[in-house]
Design a protein around this ligand. Sequence first.
Ligand SMILES: Cc1ncc(COP(=O)(O)O)c(C=O)c1O
Length: 458
Amino acid sequence: MNDESLVALDRQHLIHPVINYHAHEKRGVTILESGQGAYLTDSQGNVLLDAFSGLWCVNTGYGQNSVVQAGEAQMRKLPYATGYFHFGSEPAIKLAAKLVEITPVSLQHVYFTMGGSDAVDSAIRFIVNYYNSTGQPKKKHFISIERGYHGSSSQGSGLTALPAFHRHFDVPLPNQHRIPCPYAYRSSQDTSPEGIIAESVAALKSKVEELGVDNVAAFFCEPVIGSGGVIVPPKGWLKALQNCCNELGILFVVDEVITGFGRTGTMFACDAEDVTPDLMTMAKGLTAGYAPMGAVMMSDAVYQGLADGCGPDAPVGHGYTYSAHPVSAAIALEVIRLYEEGLLANGQAVARHFEAGLMAMLDHPLVGDARSRGLLGALELVANKNSKARFDPALKLSERIATAAYKNGLIFRAFTDNVLGFAPALCYTKEDFDILFERLKRTLDEVLEQPDVRLALS
Ligand SMILES: Cc1ncc(COP(=O)(O)O)c(C=O)c1O
């Protein structure tokens, strides 16, 4: 089928995630055809450097033969095994044990999902069940962070604190609350690491007090706020929030859907600060996007609460047909082997080129802030570097930048509030980073040449 017919069929039938539907119909789809290493090729034959690992997930890079072989072998042997009725499969059991081995010691049990949204949704269901099971039925309130992203399930979208996910969807729910984002670049308070940490801890304490500690179930956060603009809290922030939750007696849930599997340097962001959450959600890098899979992990205390609470003859009524899918599990095991046998170390070694490249972009007239941890980073574009004034949204700067970048053979995420997000694969080389920053600079220079953009700089 030729490209034109595919574009027409897409326009008629395929609903894309988080997009303006009519704008998409007008623009048409860009069809990606193949990938190798850090590079993608589209249906027109354009070769593009992917600086976003698909959707911050293809941490291994494309075309990893051993991963393809692991999936193929499992498909031939046993393409599906239900986890219901006490059945299971070897790869899923091995993967559960592997995840317990490589995550913080507090996490002892795994429930597998198809991605991140249903991992968060499962976490919420388990937490509600846990408190009902353990005689604390008043604990129904959930707290998350402004600009946080926790997927788009019916409940998770309410923990997500981005307006697009709330509008017309009747969330957040009355039991979902937020504290301010640790956004140093845009904070008017004390922006020292200690100041940022103290502010978040104080905000969480005061929110829990306001709701009443007996009514609060859990606090959810990302170690680096991803979809909200790659906002990097200072080192020590995550641990301080864990300590605060422990003191208050509420469950501490770390959402490592983006930060897990080497994205921020260590296997999990929790590892860098010796954080031991009560629950953790993960997806994306777990299978590096080669098959859909996510997971929610929990402490033994939470697991035992659920197990004891359902009584001798009743099930814990939470399940998915594709939970612990053997093909996804076989793929995840091979992907983790790649991380452990070189990719994680490579990601750590090349992260300095990434950081140096981002920092050098601060000299560009459009760039107000550069921030990163490991291979997760962002540039924030501003109309005025002193006042940090944002560009008028009417300029549609993000769209212009994404279009110009694509023409220059580069893909990254241009968020609507003019934050450019980057999540290069762990297989990147120094040369890949040289290409990334050369193409990025060229892109920003070209956009700056547009008279209305230059005029908007003050
Ligand atoms: C931190 C976080 N949690 C949850 C999700 C939802 O994951 P998914 O898109 O796989 O449903 C995402 C997706 O980007 C995420 O970044």
